[in-house]
Design a protein around this ligand. Structure first.
Ligand SMILES: Nc1nc2c(c(=O)[nH]1)N[C@H]1C(S)=C(S)[C@@H](COP(=O)(O)OP(=O)(O)OC[C@H]3O[C@@H](n4cnc5c(=O)[nH]c(N)nc54)[C@H](O)[C@@H]3O)O[C@H]1N2
Ligand SMILES: Nc1nc2c(c(=O)[nH]1)N[C@H]1C(S)=C(S)[C@@H](COP(=O)(O)OP(=O)(O)OC[C@H]3O[C@@H](n4cnc5c(=O)[nH]c(N)nc54)[C@H](O)[C@@H]3O)O[C@H]1N2
Ligand SMILES: [Mo]
Length: 763
């Protein structure tokens, strides 16, 4: 018992508030950036400043004052740190020695300062000149037997300009292999949502949150992952909108939140956020949504029978949708026992949600990884849309579907061509603008790229940011796959595991970060990004770069391209692009004349502009020309061996003190955890029935369908408020439990929120 108490004490203050202010100050002090960091914070998400690298939540239209956000501050502090990793550092350590260090230690060493190349003889990274680095990449690319032997990975901080050129470069090399962090994230939104409404992006904008009567938050943790959204939710709750949460964990910010800018909040117990909090079982969302929709249909029938009128928006359904009858027939055929057993929610609780839904004129549904990272992530999203369609809650003020994206430009990277399954229309335009024949065959995403590496079909891996091996499933398999490559290249700001698990040749190419100015040809350049609500705006840094030897991401892509094609594609002006980013934007406009009409002028307007979003105007670019009610048969995720006795569903989680694979500390304040990430959150009854004591050591073992044994040991059991049958543990520590094959069928997104596991006491 003692051990659990040492690391766990429930947190019952409101989220935000004084705790957030203290944590911000601490983050800045720890990176010794009080002066530099303060300046950077003031410029984040301001009209003349840079886009905060923390998340993709949009900026309120009219603010000119500092938008406080603890985790944005941490992300910036981490980037503008005064600590440096120099050549002296790499002289001191072999790569083998560095591999023994923790991920936290690696990133904490600071910003990389110059390009480095792996030297096998000494097992050390040694300095290399930029031109020699580009020449090495060119040598490997030009020695390939087939263009599909290269992979072009992108993590979602990369700007539109750099991503557009990187997408062009890959296709000039001749491949559509673009594994992307989005493949592990909102890919079900990109692939599943278009089948419903004709676009893979959200329809709501910030103003809609000012008019919604109900906001459903499903599987998304804004207090940690998009804290600026808490300001929006707090305003909505204060004016009486009812917020309903579906989440296995009681995330503190969704219960109570104190806005540090509000004196009243700070002196009181903050504001109540969720009107109703439903602790759905991990993997139980489709069941819960079907239950809620059954009750809406029932209310409609009852109202009509009683002569008081129905609750459906029949005009909308008739004029705008397709598939309603089949959808209702499936709901009628879905038994309540299945809904209750799989969702873990009683019919009474689901009735409360349905009642609020029917009483609300305008409803927004926001969601995150709790919905997407499942075997049926795409179907989960489609059920969310079905619910909204029943009462015409799309394409009207105060309504909409609102996927909350992850990385600050993950949506933009996709828009400008980072896509392993590009449309023919895009390839046609790209070929016409740049006068070449782009490859037509679809390429690899994250899962298929690793499979290809395992088969020995890949030689070169180029990464624009990120930490691929740490973020992907089946860690040991992924590491072995990387080590088979001829060349691995990381364009990066910090040292991470991804650079230590490398191919025969390896390069670390350090780039400037968002917060730093980017002067080319004597002119300050800015880049552009797209937020979660399809607004494109400019971002320009203001700090001195961490080292004079850094290059911008754009210049690095141009450098690679020039080296790879010394005498081909000479009509493409790589030097011109690197010297003036307006030229890149002109060519983005040439490839996407409708989306980016008048790009350079419009991006200079305050706040930028919104990309066209037909669904939000009730124009449905689907095959039926309508919004589709899509049937999800049954209620459950169909893992083979689901009948295994004692099976639990593991959701891999982010703590409050991490940014994806970057761990800031071993604390998770709102979940009450201090100083340890090797924990497993369990329901008390599930612990008792397995002989697991609070604070006892646990082994988690995946119920696999292949012969591989997947295990993580020595996790400390925390008796926690989580539904029976569900467990939680941290990502990336538990990624070895996530099988590569365990993913959404349509989007191939790893089902990181629903891993079938067995928990056993150790020792
Ligand atoms: N500070 C910080 N900010 C970030 C990030 C970060 O790591 N740190 N990461 C960025 C990125 S790339 C992304 S994608 C986003 C991620 O942000 P989120 O989408 O919030 O992702 P997670 O924190 O992984 O999980 C969200 C919630 O899903 C719940 N959940 C787990 N399983 C289920 C389930 O089966 N059903 C339901 N309904 N809920 C479930 C968890 O309890 C958790 O509260 O944040 C971005 N912003
Ligand atoms: N089990 C499990 N696995 C998951 C998830 C999960 O919830 N559970 N979530 C998934 C999700 S949603 C995502 S998005 C992926 C994340 O996967 P990635 O995007 O690959 O990983 P990050 O940890 O965000 O990458 C961090 C690194 O990016 C580099 N970096 C930071 N800023 C910059 C910059 O400005 N430029 C460049 N070039 N590099 C920079 C730094 O070197 C830093 O170490 O992980 C996925 N994996
Ligand atoms: Mo993400």
């Amino acid at each position: 018992m003692a051990e659990q108490d040492e690391i766990f004490a429930p947190y019952d203050a409101p989220a935000g508030g004084w705790g957030a202010l203290a944590a911000t100050a601490k983050a800045l002090r720890r990176q010794s950036v009080v002066a530099r960091g303060g300046k950077a914070l003031l410029a984040a998400n301001q009209p003349e400043g840079f886009d905060c690298p923390g998340c993709a939540w949009p900026d309120p239209k009219h603010t000119s004052s500092f938008e406080f956000c603890e985790n944005g501050a941490k992300a910036i502090a981490w980037e503008v740190t005064d600590k440096r990793v120099t050549r002296a550092f790499f002289e001191r350590y072999t790569v083998t020695e560095l591999l023994a260090k923790s991920d936290l230690w690696l990133e904490e060493q600071g910003r990389l300062t110059e390009p480095m190349r792996y030297d096998a003889a000494s097992d050390k990274y040694v300095p290399i000149a930029w031109d020699d680095a580009f020449a090495l990449i060119a040598r490997h690319i030009n020695a390939m037997e087939h263009p599909d032997q290269a992979e072009f990975y992108v993590s979602g901080r990369t700007s539109n300009e750099a991503a557009f050129l990187f997408a062009l470069l890959g296709r000039l090399v001749g491949t559509n292999n673009f594994p992307d962090c989005s493949n592990m994230c909102h890919e079900p939104t990109s692939r599943g949502l278009p089948l419903s409404i004709g676009i893979g992006k959200g329809t709501s904008v910030l103003e809609d949150f000012e008019h919604a009567d109900m906001i459903l938050n499903i599987g998304q943790n804004p207090g940690t992952n998009s804290p600026r959204a808490m300001g929006t939710l707090r305003e909505a709750a204060k004016r009486g909108a009812r917020i309903v949460v579906l989440n296995p964990l009681r995330e503190r910010a969704l219960e109570r939140f104190a806005d540090p800018k509000s004196t009243q909040d700070m002196l009181s117990n903050g504001a109540k956020i969720a009107h109703l909090y439903c602790q759905v079982k991990v993997g139980g969302d489709a069941a819960a949504l079907k239950g809620i929709m059954k009750l809406v249909i029932e209310a409609d029938r009852a109202g009509k029978a009683a002569g008081t009128g129905g609750v459906l928006d029949e005009d909308f359904i008739a004029a705008h949708t397709h598939g309603f009858e089949d959808f209702v027939a499936d709901l009628d055929a879905t038994p309540w026992e299945d809904i209750v057993a799989t969702s873990g929610l009683s019919r009474e609780v689901l009735q409360q949600v349905a009642t609020i839904y029917c009483e609300s004129k305008s409803v927004i549904l926001m969601y995150g990884m709790g919905i997407t990272q499942h075997q049926h992530g795409s179907e989960n999203i489609q059920q969310c849309v079905n619910l909204l369609l029943l009462r015409g809650n799309i394409g009207r003020p105060g309504t909409g579907i609102s996927p909350v994206r992850g990385h600050s430009n993950v949506q933009g990277d996709r828009t400008v061509g980072i896509d392993e399954k590009p449309t023919a229309a895009y390839l046609d335009r790209l070929g016409a603008v740049f006068k070449f024949e782009p490859p037509r065959a679809h390429g690899h995403g994250v899962v298929t790229s690793i499979e290809a590496m395992m088969r020995g079909e890949v030689r070169v891996f180029l990464a624009m940011g990120g930490n691929f091996v740490a973020a992907v499933p089946d860690t040991p398999v992924a590491e072995a796959a990387m080590r088979r490559l001829h060349l691995t290249v990381g364009v990066t700001t910090k040292l991470n595991r991804g650079h230590l698990v490398h191919g025969q040749d390896a390069l670390m190419l350090p780039c400037r970060a968002r917060s730093e100015f980017d002067e080319q040809g004597g002119v300050l350049q800015s880049v552009t990004v797209e937020d979660s609500m399809s607004f494109v705006h400019a971002s320009g840094g203001l700090l001195e770069p961490a080292s004079p030897h850094l290059m911008s991401e754009v210049a690095i892509v141009c450098g690679m391209a020039k080296a790879i094609f010394p005498d081909r594609y000479t009509h493409i002006d790589w030097d011109g692009y690197a010297a003036n980013y307006d030229k890149i934007r002109n060519d983005i406009e040439a490839v996407y004349p409708e989306l980016f009409r008048d790009f350079n002028r419009r991006v200079r307007e305050p706040g930028g502009f919104r990309l066209p979003n037909p669904a939000s105007e009730r124009i449905w670019k689907t095959k039926t020309g309508r919004a589709n009610f899509l049937v999800f048969k049954g209620v459950a995720e169909d893992t083979a061996r689901a009948a295994e006795p004692g099976l639990l569903r593991l959701a891999t989680l982010r703590s409050h003190d991490q940014y994806n694979t970057t761990v800031y500390s071993n604390d998770d304040r709102y979940r009450g955890i201090k100083g340890d990430r090797m924990v497993v959150f369990m329901n008390e009854a599930d612990m008792a029935s397995r002989g697991i004591k609070p604070g006892g050591k646990v082994r988690l073992r995946t119920v696999s369908t292949d012969a591989t044994i997947r295990m993580v040991e020595n996790l400390t059991a925390i008796a926690y408020n989580i539904p029976s049958g569900s467990v939680g543990a941290y990502y990336p520590e538990t990624n070895p439990l996530l099988p590569l094959y365990h993913h959404d069928a349509l989007a191939e997104t790893p089902a990181a929120k629903s891993i079938p596991v067995i928990a056993e006491p150790m020792g």
